[in-house]
Design a protein around this ligand. Structure first.
Ligand SMILES: [Zn+2]
Length: 235
């Protein structure tokens, strides 16, 4: 009997801890997705369903942003398949419609890099390629500011977060369209809360939902949805 009581005591001491550990194991599929490992079968099926819809989609001429948002959701799919998160982005030359650069979230794999949200990685790639420098000549317009982002539009599959929005502003991009809203983390809807300096830098900026087919917004939202923290507001 005494033995049984001791067992119960051990159990009562460890059970809450074991339950707590168990509750932590399937980490919410959010920005804190566990690194490495395999992609669960249910998740793969879910992605395959979205991929089918994505591949069946053809841009609708009534929505001018469809071709570019399609690029972002394809990138988002690549990010989701890598367990990096389902967000994609691209830079487009407005005049010609040329896609200059594209990217997706690379924050978690192959190792954690907190700076590699889709939009930040996109701008890193673009700036690395452009390697713009400031002129030392005060008569040169780039004497103070090497940014050369005029006429470049940034498309992203999800409303930019605070970190990405300030980076986009700093990069000099003046036009941003996003496919799906992010009620919990999006900064476009909280633009007025930016510090005055950043708001000043963003003067004249277009920061709006993409003019794309509702079906594409839905695909972008579904790719992003698994990243939501359980209990938080859904899209
Ligand atoms: Zn971000």
């Amino acid at each position: 009997m005494a033995h049984g009581n001791a067992d119960k005591r051990v159990l009562s001491q460890w059970l809450p801890k074991a339950l707590l550990l168990l509750s932590l194991l399937p980490l919410p599929a959010c920005h804190h997705a566990p690194p490495g490992g395999h992609v669960p079968a249910a998740r793969l099926l879910y992605l395959e369903e979205i991929e089918k819809d994505m591949n069946a989609f053809t841009p609708d001429p009534r929505y001018p942003d469809d071709p570019f948002v399609l690029v972002t959701v394809r990138e988002a799919m690549a990010g989701a398949r890598e367990r990096n998160g389902g967000i994609g982005a691209c830079l487009v030359k407005e005049e010609t419609g040329e896609v200059l650069e594209k990217s997706h979230n690379r924050q978690y794999e192959p190792y954690f890099r907190s700076s590699l949200h889709a939009e930040m990685d996109l701008l890193d790639r673009f700036e690395e390629r452009m390697r713009l420098t400031r002129s030392r000549d005060p008569r040169d317009p780039t004497y103070l500011d090497p940014r050369a982002a005029a006429g470049i539009v940034l498309y992203t599959s999800v409303e930019p977060c605070p970190m990405c929005l300030t980076r986009i502003i700093n990069a000099g991009i003046k036009k941003v369209y996003y496919a799906a809203p992010d009620i919990n983390g999006g900064m476009a809807r909280r633009f007025e809360s930016l510090p005055p300096f950043w708001k000043g830098m963003a003067e004249g900026m277009v920061l709006e939902p993409a003019r794309c087919s509702p079906a594409l917004t839905d695909i972008a939202a579904r790719l992003f949805r698994p990243m939501h923290v359980p209990g938080a507001k859904r899209l």
